[in-house]
Design a protein around this ligand. Sequence first.
Ligand SMILES: Cc1ncc(COP(=O)(O)O)c(C=O)c1O
Length: 503
Amino acid sequence: MDLKTFHECTIQVVNYVMNYFKIVKDIPVSHVVKPFYLREFLPEEAPLKPAKFAQILEDFERKIMPGITHWQHPQFHGYFPSGNSHVSALADFLSGLLGVQGFSWEASPSCTELELIVLDWLAKAMGLPGDFLFHADMSQGGGVIQNSSSEAILVCMLAARAQALKDLRIKFPEKDDGAHLIKLVAYTSEEASAGVEKAAVICMVKLRKIESDRKCELQGHQLQKVISEDIMFGLIPFFVCATLGTVACASSDNLDSLGLVAKKQRLIWFHVDASYAGNALICPEFRTLLKGVDNVDSFNMNPYMWMNVTYDCTCLWVKDRFNLQEGLVDDPLDVMHKHPDQAVDYRHWSISVSRRMRSLKIWFTLMYHGIEALQAHIRNHCKLAKYFEGLVKSDARFEVTNDVRCGLVCFRMREQEQMTRELLEQCNSSREILMTPALVKGQYVIRFSVNAPHLTESDMNTSWDIILKYTDVAIAQQAKLHVISEKVAVDTEPFKITPVPSK
Ligand SMILES: Cc1ncc(COP(=O)(O)O)c(C=O)c1O
């Protein structure tokens, strides 16, 4: 593609996007396609001859878009936000075109250096302690962008495992690593993300998922109890993962009491997965969540969720970058350069060797919006969640089941699990709204996440009206099922044997 054509095509894409954002609120939020629908629309093999760009864009609209779920739709309330901003997307566009890979400092110095700086900026904006910063006196720490939270947790668990094994090798030189590995135990709460489980499987260590308290928050004494039991059985605790903003109900573990317990054990690495709620720390009123952070070894959050940075982008900070690199260092000749001791080579901080220049989209976003606008965005979502909570509570048929502090409201129909399931099914199949379910302490709830940027109370009212409309449908549906099941019960009443009268 020559530059003139590139310019024309870019304008076509920008026009497409402009129109999309104009109409997205008026189209169904979700798709109706079935698995493998796309095979019917695309040829079995890649074309040998070129197509015109306009044709590709038309195919995109007719064939690909029907299978898209509209995450930026005002009635998209599923999962957590996939926050984006146009400025962040433009930075990603630039990053893609530069095609820079940052496996070493030398491979593109600004790729590495911008990442170090913007992660320091973010850490400061979130109130993380100075020892998580790269550019700070006496600090051994620093930040790095990972592909996902799950990978961030994995690299920390790998580092913790490497450290623990190193220590045990010195203490018990007669034993091999396998003998120690089967004794290593990681701990997290039952509400933690699946990423912790995946990391434990990959690291081949045991994982204890501890029951949290009534508010779904893990407390130090609950961790202590399980650790003590394990030690009694000769096991070796080596990793704890706490969560700020759990997937199911946005609850947050008690870092303060967990840290005190974790740090009593010499080998334990204490990680915090703050994928969602970590974003809110840029607002000082959320910093109570950080009480006890001094005992934390590593901390991750996803600015792609709640800070209007396009997906993907997970930020990870560690207090000791040299410990993080245990087990991840690789030095093939082709990536070596003249400054290995002064410069940072990010390939030692992650699973993949190469990396995109994702720091550009954080930098563009922070520069263009400024922290104050991002704080306003988070506060708006929290305020709207409270407003929605009020709507739910105003109808006696419903109850709110979580402590609404962030942008997530969990609710259900009072003591009516089947009806709650039916309501979610009716809402989602209408394609007017999209929400997702969760099981919290065994209870089925609907998660309503405030997601799209620039939402207002009027959007919350629209969503609530849709929910009320389908509540009536769900009730009618359940009543119909009840009548049918009663009829079936009558029709199939078992044949009764009349007892033979005794003489
Ligand atoms: C608390 C938490 N941790 C981890 C994840 C998984 O994130 P990722 O897909 O980046 O691994 C999520 C996703 O919603 C999450 O909410």
